[in-house]
Design a binder for this molecule. Structure first.
Ligand code: NAI
Ligand code: MG
Length: 346
């Protein structure tokens, strides 16, 4: 029996979490889920968006499935007071990732037959650095009408990301690692990122290195997605490129992710809490289900993970049970039921 922490999250979070748990159970994997409250649910009961108990449970179990959390301007930043705090973070997601020592966000984006049209063959893995860049939250307003933010890139964090991407790529038969940057304008910060990734990748044959300015990378991803294999990105470009890539294959509701570090692993979709459709039972559960697939692979349940992936591919290719974001009219519950049924025949 595996023991896994689960954060049901905000907005559509609880709906897609329940769906993913149902699919994992239908695949026959025994998991004891330890529910952890964070976000608005935790704020309502304990007054704290990220209670120390939530962090302690995830640290103890070392693996978590996480639904999206509201992190907009309305909720403001967050202060973690427990365990040697206070430490201030710009959002609850950055707080969770930093407090758990997670440093890389792996986001595989694959096209689906039929459903993804011209992007059916797209198959990229985005590696997003998640400890620094402009998201460190060091903003200030030196005078009214003027605001500044610090963008921090370090060689150490970039090397860690690049080495991780290399190992991951080699282990999966990938060949090409493209560094995404804007070094032509940000000579010091993105220049350091670019040259660090270049050095790490070039020392690891048979891996090949290439580079692309972030604007050109967006264009090429749309026009020639097959040119890309593995993308190594600083925090912000990785954030933006992963939503773009998800949109190209059909929906944000299709793209899963893994936040990894030395001490813990936390799996979550690329998308957010989708407050515009929350509570209506029409959220696409696939990104959360595929995040659970990445979690199962991490737990050594590769066979069950592969079966769930095949079930997702079969249901999406058939095209009969699709949620509204994919052009259909099915509910979350109906798509989840179709996935569970498909598991019996894949
Ligand atoms: P979002 O990703 O929540 O939504 C963008 C659009 O995609 C919306 O139209 C939404 O309905 C749609 N969408 C997203 N996931 C979907 C799904 N599974 N099925 C069907 N449609 C889906 O981004 P937005 O609106 O910018 O953010 C909403 C909230 O979520 C904000 O508070 C934001 O800070 C937070 N957020 C949290 C993340 C996390 O917890 N990792 C990541 C991104 C945003
Ligand atoms: Mg994002």
């Amino acid at each position: 029996m595996h023991e896994v922490a689960v954060i049901p999250g905000d907005g559509i979070g609880p709906e897609i979490t329940e769906a993913a748990q149902r699919v994992v159970e239908a695949a026959g994997v025994a998991i004891r889920w330890h529910e952890v409250q964070a976000g608005e649910a935790a704020r309502a009961t304990s007054g704290e968006a990220l209670p120390g108990a939530a962090l302690a449970t995830i640290r103890r179990l070392r693996v978590a499935l996480k639904a999206p959390l509201l992190a907009g301007r309305r909720t403001g930043g967050i202060t973690v007071t427990n365990e040697g705090g206070p430490r201030r973070y710009p959002s609850i997601n950055s707080a969770l990732r930093r407090e758990l020592g997670l440093f890389v966000n792996v986001r595989p984006v694959r096209g689906f037959a039929t459903l993804s049209g011209a992007y059916a063959a797209m198959d990229v893995i985005i590696f997003r650095e998640i400890t620094e860049d402009i998201y460190i939250g060091e903003e200030r307003e030196p005078e009214p009408g003027c605001a500044e933010a610090v963008k921090r890139i370090t060689r150490a964090a970039t090397e860690r990301l690049a080495r991780f991407a290399c190992e991951y790529a080699l282990g999966r038969g990938r060949r090409l690692i493209t560094a995404v940057h804007k070094a032509n304008v940000l000579h010091l910060t993105d220049g350091l990122f670019l040259e660090t990734v270049r050095r790490v990748v070039e020392a690891r044959p048979p891996l090949e290195f290439s580079e692309e300015a972030v604007d050109a990378a967006c264009y090429r991803l749309v026009k020639e997605p097959q040119r890309f294999d593995v993308l190594a990105c600083p925090n912000q470009y990785g954030d933006i490129l992963s939503d773009l890539a998800a949109g190209l294959v059909g929906s944000l509701g299709l793209a899963p992710g893994a936040n990894l570090g030395a001490e813990a692993a936390m799996f979550e979709p690329v998308h957010g809490a989708a407050p515009d459709i929350a509570g209506r039972g029409i959220a696409n559960p696939v990104a959360m289900v595929l995040s659970a697939v990445l979690l199962l692979e991490h737990l050594g349940e590769g066979a069950a993970a592969a079966r769930i992936r095949r079930a997702v591919e079969a249901v999406l290719a058939r095209g009969r049970v699709l949620t509204p974001d994919l052009g259909g009219s099915a509910t979350t519950d109906e798509l989840t039921a179709a996935l569970c049924a498909a598991l019996q025949s894949v």
